[in-house]
Design a protein around this ligand. Sequence first.
Ligand code: SAM
Length: 240
Amino acid sequence: MDSVQQWFQQQAEGIGIALSERQLDQFETYYKLLVEWNEKMNLTGITEREAVYEKHFYDSLTVSLAVDMKGADSLADIGSGAGFPGLPLKIAFPHLRLTIVDSLAKRIRFLEEVAGQLQLNDVVNIHGRAEDIARLPAHRDRYAIVTARAVARLAGLNELCLPFARPDGCFIAMKGSGVTEEVEESRFSLQKLNAQLEEVKRLELPLEHSERHLVILRKNGPTPKAYPRKAGLPLKTPLL
Ligand code: SAM
């Protein structure tokens, strides 16, 4: 184990996650694949090793501060891109059934490769728009936890993500700074989508000290039939 892995293991421990050597190896393989595939396709602007461990891997794991991961059985990550936060969470909490939805086919191909090389079970990577996939009975109102990072402003994002959460399940939106206005702006969408704001947790990245927020939204009951609207509409004309 080198110093970056040691640092990462300590940081994970600091938020209550004990990572084994095997899990640390999985993170390292993930890092290598990310950098390798990033030369052929646009996966991330962050490639420096320490930065990937901090801003992608560690940042993804902070979701566990918002919800009891051990008590949850399933997680859907919407607009996962190169796999964040879904894949790091799956590595750290292997019991989770993970579904990833992304509208870009080449990113889904990358995620298939990572899941295969890391020998992760119970990972389903779906190429499609969240609006369409959330209409399928196998995914609608089904997941204990839904996550999204850097996909859209909350008012529109709620309509893409909340339909995946089961009644009493939660959607955790990972946000940077300046979240207050976005949360206020999203109140109407919560009402329409049968959900409520539970808490906004403020965090800081350990090295860079930049601000992060976890917006925790709780589903009150099933998704009303009208939602999500036709693909494209939630982000083009958010529920405001
Ligand atoms: N969550 C990742 C992260 O934080 O690094 C990726 C963020 S990337 C900026 C946004 C991703 O959302 C892209 O991969 C894009 O293809 C996907 N996306 C955007 N709209 C979507 C939709 N309606 N349904 C599914 N995926 C969507």
